[in-house]
Design a protein. Structure first.
Length: 139
């Protein structure tokens, strides 16, 4: 029986494992997943709550269906969808702003906590007595 030659594992596989398992990459992956879910929540908030209110305030106009036809060419600009995307962005940006502001406030409170005070200095007479004791032990 012939021994099958073993293939050496490429060096880049170990490098990739080290890179992929670093805390920052895992944190980033979690952030992307949570961000995607948060985006869906904001989109639902805009589509299902905010835009109907805007439509009610503007007399029943649904901005998402607003279009500008370009002269019978069959081409139209859906500026209503663009406006909805702007509203989505503004809500997400505002939410992130408040989240970061709260996080910064929390970090500032953590940093303001006073560190444990160092123990009080040993009185001079105690230091001198210790020195005398140490000198007597040597003799």
């Amino acid at each position: 029986m012939k021994n099958k030659p073993t293939l050496a594992k490429p060096k880049w596989i170990d490098e990739f494992k080290a890179f992929a398992l670093k805390g920052n990459v895992v944190d980033l992956a979690v952030a992307v997943v949570i961000g995607g879910a948060f985006g869906k929540i904001v989109t639902s908030l805009v589509n299902d709550i905010i835009m109907p209110c805007v439509g009610y305030l503007t007399g029943g106009i649904n901005l998402t269906h607003e279009k500008l036809d370009l002269g019978g060419t069959g081409v139209s600009l859906s500026y209503g969808n663009f406006l909805q995307s702007i509203i989505d962005f503004l809500i997400i940006a505002l939410s992130i702003f408040f989240a970061i502001k709260a996080l910064s406030r929390f970090r500032a409170q953590e940093q303001e906590k006073p560190a444990d005070a160092p123990p009080p200095a040993t009185p001079e007479d105690t230091v001198l007595l210790r020195e005398i004791r140490d000198l007597l032990k040597k003799d």
